[in-house]
Design a protein around this ligand. Sequence first.
Ligand code: ATP
Ligand code: MG
Length: 143
Amino acid sequence: MSEIVRTIEIKNEKDTEKFGLSLAKSLKAGDVVALIGDLGTGKTALTSYIAKGLDIKRRISSPTFTIVKEYEEGRLPLYHFDVYRVFDEDELFNIGIEEYFYGKGVCLIEWADLIMNILPENTKYIYLEYGNKEGERVYKCTF
Ligand SMILES: Nc1ncnc2c1ncn2[C@@H]1O[C@H](COP(=O)(O)OP(=O)(O)OP(=O)(O)O)[C@@H](O)[C@H]1O
Ligand SMILES: [Mg+2]
């Protein structure tokens, strides 16, 4: 696993939005972003701000009944994964996860710590943690 190279102090959801919008600008085809953090730390919220930064107008909701939701209308295709309920890696190979990884879009993966073994070498990791006050978060990034 790569090391943490920066720590971002998030004071409120507006900061999460700013971070998401700016991260979206830097993303390119083939990027894989692993979102790792406890329930409610804001993996879906951050995904929705990254999506906004990619000019995706549709509302992002968690892919509950499917492993992945695809949004093709933005600057880059966005593939939003939630692997919380994935039972084994075969399920992911069966949906063609490698084609998503090496495809024309960006993969954002909630609960990526559960599938660490199969993530590509160039994966960007964001560890999301709760801060001390309501709305506060700490993001630790490997990029
Ligand atoms: N700074 C913040 N960044 C993101 N979300 C925040 C922040 N402060 C408060 N919130 C709230 O925390 C909640 C985060 O929920 P969200 O569904 O994004 O978490 P999650 O990590 O995706 O959870 P799950 O593990 O269930 O998928 C939202 O209700 C959001 O409004
Ligand atoms: Mg979520």
